[in-house]
Design a protein around this ligand. Structure first.
Ligand code: ATP
Ligand code: MG
Length: 345
């Protein structure tokens, strides 16, 4: 009994993490390095909440709900494959926590149209996805909705990829404004935690690998698919012959080596040889395939295991959504009280 009680007290003292992904496709190596590795590492130290952001996914896929629905189970399988423990991390589904929408509407008074338009994440996504001012409002609302995701459990830490850091900044801003306006100390100002200094680039050389950008190496790719993609990776377009001096900066093959190859001595040697025109692109890529395949094989294998448990994983996520909904109800009620919207005694 005493042991159990102690465990409970420790749980309550844990700081909270909120993080997650849009079910818009299978996860890729950018997710793994940008955010998932941190989630797996911290799932015991923190009380962790992982959101499957299916409503946010609709903001640019509203005409294709089947795609979003199908990808929920895919995402859960990817989580399991990467080592997220569904008994430790609370993996939940955004649409099962309606309190998020309520919190969203309260927060929307604290963000201006100008702030959303100037948000660096939004500006980049608008350019990448061809979004303009005739795009449905849902897209422009999503930053505030994402803030509501984070604040619905009053998270302290948000593991995200580099592209999402401005979103966490804006969450801090909205939380601060809410607290100041209503003279309360209610909403936490969360910190972001990035896994890589820069976004993991796409195989095509784009600044960010993205599941909607058709330039990704997926965690579920077979060994053969991985090999094919590695050999297509963008290198130095001006290097025609193996004897031409090549550029290492902006060369995705070397960027991936930096991220996956723990033998830094070997990587530095290859870079030096590449600059001098002493190594073929093919050799750099063959080594890259071997190191990446070594890291991705156990994930691929666990993913096959997960596919047999899809139903179980989904049931678990729905169960966790109830717990999150209770926590979020508490936050929403406190917000209502601060805004003089409570009519209960
Ligand atoms: P979409 O193209 O549909 O927006 P996405 O690949 O950007 O998909 P999200 O679900 O939007 O994936 O992002 C989930 C998390 O993964 C976020 O924290 C994001 O910062 C991170 N992430 C996504 N792509 C990368 C990347 N290339 N490098 C580092 N982190 C990334
Ligand atoms: Mg994205």
């Amino acid at each position: 009994m005493g042991y159990k009680l102690l465990e409970y007290v420790v749980m309550e003292n844990k700081k909270r993490i909120l993080t997650g992904d849009r079910p818009t496709g299978r996860l890729h190596i950018g997710h793994l390095l940008g955010s998932i590795n941190n989630r797996v590492r911290l799932q015991e130290e923190y009380e962790e909440f992982v959101i499957v952001a299916n409503i946010q996914a609709l903001s640019d896929n509203f005409d294709n709900p089947g795609k979003v629905r199908e990808n929920i189970e895919e995402l859960l399988c990817d989580y399991y494959a990467c080592g997220l423990d569904f008994n430790k991390a609370n993996v939940f589904i955004q649409s099962e926590v309606p309190e998020i929408h309520e919190i969203f509407i309260y927060l929307s008074n604290f963000a201006t149209v100008q702030q959303i338009q100037h948000n660096p994440t939004i500006k980049t996504e608008m350019a990448q996805k061809g979004i303009n001012l005739s795009t449905p409002l849902g897209f422009f609302f999503y930053p505030i909705h994402q803030t509501a995701d984070i604040l619905c459990v009053n998270a302290d830490l948000v593991p995200v990829g580099k592209d999402q850091v401005p979103m966490v900044e804006s969450t801090r801003d909205l939380a601060r404004k809410f607290n100041k306006t209503y003279k309360v100390n209610l909403l936490h100002e969360p910190d972001s935690l990035v896994g890589t200094e820069v976004n993991v680039p796409g195989i095509d050389g784009a600044e960010k690998m993205g599941k909607s950008l058709n330039n990704a190496i997926y965690l579920s790719d077979s060994e053969e698919e991985l090999r094919k993609k590695v050999f297509k990776v963008y290198t130095d377009p001006n290097r025609i012959h193996a004897t031409d001096p090549g550029k290492v900066e902006g060369n995705v093959a070397f960027m991936y080596h930096d991220l996956f190859n723990s033998n830094t001595e070997e990587v530095e040697k290859m870079k030096d040889m590449y600059r001098k025109g002493n190594i073929k692109d093919m050799e750099v890529k063959e080594k890259l395939f071997l190191v990446m395949n070594e890291k991705l094989t156990p994930i691929r294998e666990r993913r096959l295991e997960a596919e047999k448990m899809k139903g179980e994983l989904l049931a678990r996520a729905i169960e966790s959504s109830k717990k999150v909904s209770n926590i979020a109800r508490g936050v929403a009620d406190s917000m209502k009280e601060a805004m003089l919207l409570n009519f209960k005694n």
